[in-house]
Design a protein around this ligand. Structure first.
Ligand SMILES: [Zn+2]
Length: 214
């Protein structure tokens, strides 16, 4: 019988490749998407939702917009425009979002939570694998009657280019994923999200189907 898996599906390229990867492995996938009121939320949501519809698995979108209000007094507002990595909510909110994902997995009675963390995201954070292991361990400490949830990061040693190569083999429609930090008619091509995307396609020697602003 196929094992169930919960995936945190942002709608970015890496998490969409992971969704295709798990489905191709025969896993019964459930996805959860967190809305933390980022500027490109509508685009990311659409990418995530389209992936769930295409691959035909359950999809839950959770409104966590209140996190932004909580953080605004402590952070440079420009951080919400994705212009400074140091205050980018993608990074600082990770422990909270992973914990929420674990709670969703517990509710669903599923023992594995998949994240599409890639090698570049571990730069400067050598203890990240230990963090995920330690967080996994907490799931059985609170109360043994709840489902123990392991956090799985199968791409932790893969580069963006390697994820793109895998996605190409899996037939991922890259043009339906969103990496830009802005909500524009097309990817801006300049923000950190776009730069990582273009460099990934170039390094992977895969044709980039993304539409960029001229
Ligand atoms: Zn961009």
């Amino acid at each position: 019988m196929a094992r169930d898996a919960v995936i945190l599906l942002s709608g970015g390229l890496d998490s969409v490749v992971l969704a295709y990867d798990l489905v191709r492995q025969g896993r019964q996938v459930r996805a959860v998407h967190f809305n933390i009121d980022r500027e490109a939320e509508d685009y990311e949501f659409n990418a995530a939702k389209n992936t769930a519809l295409t691959l035909d698995f359950p999809f839950e979108a959770v409104d966590l917009c209140g996190m932004k209000q909580m953080m605004l007094g402590f952070m440079d507002v420009d951080g919400w425009r994705g212009e400074a990595d140091i205050v980018c909510p993608d990074v600082s909110a990770v422990p909270s979002l992973v914990a929420m994902g674990m709670y969703y997995a517990q509710l669903a009675g599923i023992g594995e939570l998949y994240l599409a963390t890639i090698r570049e995201q571990t730069a400067g954070r050598p203890s990240l694998p230990q963090f995920f292991d330690a967080l996994s361990d907490t799931s059985r400490l609170f109360d043994p009657k709840y489902t123990e949830v392991r956090i799985c990061n199968p791409y932790l040693t893969k580069s963006k280019a390697e994820v793109i190569e895998l996605g190409q083999r899996l037939g991922v429609p890259f043009e339906r994923t969103w990496s830009c930090h802005f909500a524009l008619a097309a990817h801006c091509g300049k923000c950190p999200g776009c730069q990582a995307r273009t460099q990934g396609f170039t390094s992977a020697r895969v044709a980039d189907p993304t539409r960029y602003l001229a």
